[in-house]
Design a binder for this molecule. Structure first.
Ligand code: LUZ
Ligand code: MOS
Length: 767
């Protein structure tokens, strides 16, 4: 089935926040962000700003009617700076004016004096100074300290991954509307209506039943609106609450890029030990997460880094420690993969280092160490593994022997162009790592004309979740998709939602929808069974007809619904789903946090122009574990998008903050994201179809985040290509591998020593 949004998307008719028709009297907001990363505000001068015609009011922390706090996991994030500023772009004031132009002109007239304080941008420096968001976490399996003795080879190193701008096409924004009796309704571009509602309630002082958040759809999010949609909604809500007029704020791209947090940059140490057979015996790693100035979702992201620190591999002895380090950058946040990719890059770097030192292909070590069903992850859960199936199918369907030969032949015949090939296995856990969040609700109404409406906590952000929810309804009732409408997401219809995140939205909300539909269906079947005087087991709904013992009878769907209504049978249901079986004990750091894992393997092939350092990706070919996909078109779209987004992170997206904590890559002209010319010439996707009884909706496994990590293969493919041009190159395990860095590596003779590697020298893990 096609994505139900494709028609209105293509015709430009889909409604995003900025397309909502404005009510008369709507005011426009704009935030004034701190020009400095760290300091004490000594004076805020808004005199010139208020004189701009049309300016209605300028809000600061002093005007907050509730509390000045929007922190989600930890209450450490004021909505507006009071005396201190902690990052460049930190909101200090919110101008509300009759027009958008007036609001933005006024922002430019605000002056602030700040006494500067020292700025930290490096997580290792923050850790040394004890600037931590939360206490460090450690996952341990076996006994690493003893295991080094049994290793024939031990290698150590440092790996770094930079942050990533979400670059959702629709920027952040909110539109608040006053309702009677002090109520407020907010349209928001948020992944988490409940969190947006809660933050707006805290700031205004309203109760949650007075403030509704409704979401039509998002023009992309990628994690960037899991926690960071709240500030703008709270600003609009506050000014609506005070002024009793509608207030809208839709951020400009440059504001959005400067004020919001991004994927967490990580700097990490690794130590890996192998035996003579190249089995990985021991692995130790320390992660330094650059959290930015407030917690946001960093503690949860940190946790997922630990969960995925061994990727698809079984390693008997593991010690992984993670620090969430407070720096003076905008609070970093959720981003597709949620810390998992950062963890996986480090183990892949460790394996690459071992392979390069031992003179074998990394794929030999990778393949030998893939996990099997029954193997234990460092967090105690046992694998139900498809890792080997994916890998072996990849070798088979893409004829890897021939591919490798092609690469070798090409490299032998070409002096100035070199190809590189890499393997990237992925194993990603599905469920919010915070067990409590794995719950969802659905509200299904069957109308008397036979049409059906469904509302869940799921947010449509382009990933196609509404199409999947619709499929669930249409399948259970066996009715045409045209008879089903997925409604907008609203906190007044479905309360206490978890964010649409963690790849789990279709699973959680789909299961709740399934439960609601099944409950209504049971009642409907009872109605016919009684009327026709047959057993309920004889009745089946099929293609909008009622079947008795497999034979169509003269009842159709509409007659059935009307009969039930006349008998005063409930045609609506509100169902609640909570993932069974999952649990996690944070004291022991052991449990069974994931409903299941998604596996896959990607091969990436790149061609490097060794004169200029530029490169093109020939192909990314994957075998992906879909379970039993319920929508191949949508799932393939997620995989293609995930791969390209992951490759962007690994290759060209270079996020730059200067020493003063100011974002230098602050526009699309100095922050390069993949375009149609930089996507691989071929993306091949092969389905590993399994019928395992997992907890996925209709056994169709979650597909949102896992494919992003195939993109990590891009870094290692580039590395292999560079090595075949310059075997002596000692390339830092540092992404992104921009053309500039590729060029340096192609002609560099000695190891490039970054400041972090020097730092790591005296912080290396003791053996
Ligand atoms: N968000 C969250 C996530 O709050 N918890 C998670 O475990 C998670 N995982 C992936 C993406 N977003
Ligand atoms: Mo996410 S990183 O699933 O919001």
């Amino acid at each position: 089935m096609k994505n139900i949004d494709s028609r209105t998307h293509i015709r430009g008719e889909s409604i995003y926040l900025d397309d909502i028709p404005l009510l008369q009297g709507t005011l426009f907001g704009a935030a004034f962000g701190s020009p400095m990363a760290h300091g004490v505000i000594t004076n805020l001068d808004v005199e010139d700003a208020v004189r701009i015609p049309g300016v209605v009011q300028i809000f600061t922390y002093k005007d907050i009617t509730g509390i000045n706090q929007i922190g989600g996991i930890i209450p450490d994030e004021p909505l507006f700076a009071d005396e201190h500023v902690h990052f460049c772009g930190m909101p200090i004031a919110f101008v509300v004016a009759e027009t958008d132009e007036a609001a933005r002109s006024a922002v430019k007239k605000i002056k602030v004096d700040i006494d500067p304080l020292p700025v930290i941008t490096d997580p290792r420096v923050a850790q040394e100074k004890g600037e931590l968001i939360v206490a460090p976490r450690s996952f341990v399996l076996g006994d690493v300290d003893k295991a080094w003795q049994d290793c024939a080879y031990v290698f150590e190193g440092v790996a770094e991954t930079n942050g990533q701008e979400h670059l959702y096409i629709e920027t952040q924004g909110a539109y608040a509307i006053p309702k009677e009796s002090n109520g407020i309704k907010i349209y928001s571009s948020t992944q988490s209506p409940r969190a947006t509602q809660q933050a707006s309630c805290k700031v205004t002082g309203l109760l949650m039943h007075q403030l509704e958040v409704e979401v039509i759809r998002l023009g992309g999010a990628f994690g960037g609106k899991e926690d960071q949609a709240n500030a703008w909604a709270a600003m609009c809500a506050l000014s609506t609450h005070v002024l009793r007029r509608p207030v809208k704020y839709s951020l400009h791209r440059i504001e959005d890029m400067a004020m919001t947090g991004k994927r967490h940059p990580y700097s990490s140490d690794f130590k890996i030990g192998l035996n003579k057979d190249l089995k990985i015996i021991a692995y130790e790693t320390i992660f330094y997460q650059n959290a930015g100035a407030a917690a946001d979702l960093s503690p949860a992201v940190l946790e997922r880094t630990l969960f995925h620190c061994t990727n698809s591999y079984f390693i008997p002895h593991v010690k992984a420690k993670a620090y969430s380090c407070r720096t003076h950058l905008p609070p970093n946040t959720a981003f597709r993969g949620f810390g998992g990719p950062q963890g996986m890059f480090v183990i892949e770097a460790a394996i690459a280092k071992a392979a390069e030192c031992l003179g074998v292909e990394a794929s030999v070590i990778q393949k030998k160490n893939l996990n099997k069903t029954g193997d234990e992850f460092p967090y105690g859960q046992k694998a139900v593994s498809e890792a080997r199936e994916c890998w072996e199918k990849t070798e088979l369907v893409y004829d890897v022997t021939a591919l490798k030969k092609e690469v070798a032949t090409f490299n032998a015949q070409n002096k100035l162009y070199k190809k590189g090939l890499s393997f990237m296995p992925v194993c990603f856990g599905i469920s919010f790592t915070n067990t409590m969040m794995n719950q969802a609700r659905a509200l299904v109404h069957v109308f008397t004309d036979g049409s059906v409406s469904v509302t869940t906590g799921a947010i449509e952000m382009g990933q196609g979740v509404n199409t999947k929810i619709l499929q669930v309804v249409a399948t259970v009732f066996s009715i045409s998709p045209e008879n089903v409408k997925v409604q907008t997401t609203s906190t007044h219809k479905i309360a206490n939602t978890s964010p649409s995140a963690a790849s789990a939205t279709a699973d959680l909300n789909g299961k709740a929808t399934l439960m609601a539909c099944n409950a209504i269906k049971e009642r409907l079947i009872m109605v016919v069974a009684e009327a026709l005087n047959v057993d309920i087991t004889a009745i089946e709904l099929k293609d909008e007809r009622v079947c008795v013992n497999g034979e169509q009878c003269d009842w159709d769907w509409k007659r059935l619904v009307m009969a039930a209504f006349l008998k005063r049978v409930n045609l609506s249901e509100h169902a609640h789903y909570a993932t069974p079986e999952i649990h996690f004990d944070k004291l022991r750091e052991k449990g069974h946090p994931f409903a299941y894992h998604v596996y896959g393997t990607a091969i990436t092939i790149v061609t490097v122009d060794c004169l200029r350092g530029i490169y093109e990706f020939d192909a990314v070919k994957v075998v992906h574990d879909f379970g039993a996909t319920m929508n191949p078109a949508i799932d393939c779209g997620q995989i293609e998008g995930g791969i390209v987004q992951g490759m962007g992170w690994m290759t060209m997206e270079e996020l730059i903050y200067d020493k003063e904590g100011k974002l230098r890559s602050n526009t699309l002209s100095n922050y390069k994201v993949p375009d149609i010319y930089s996507v691989p010439k071929v993306i091949a996707i092969d389905f590993l179809q399994t019928e395992n009884d997992n907890l996925a909706i209709f056994r169709s496994k979650a597909v949102g985040e896992p494919p992003l990590m195939y993109g990590i293969g891009a870094y290692f493919a580039l590395r292999n290509a560079i090595k075949s041009f310059n075997p002596a190159a000692l390339i830092p395990y540092s992404a992104p591998m921009t053309p500039e860095k590729v060029l340096l590596a192609l002609y560099q003779k000695k190891e490039v020593t970054t400041t972090h590697e020097q730092a790591a020298g005296h912080m290396a893990i003791p053996s």
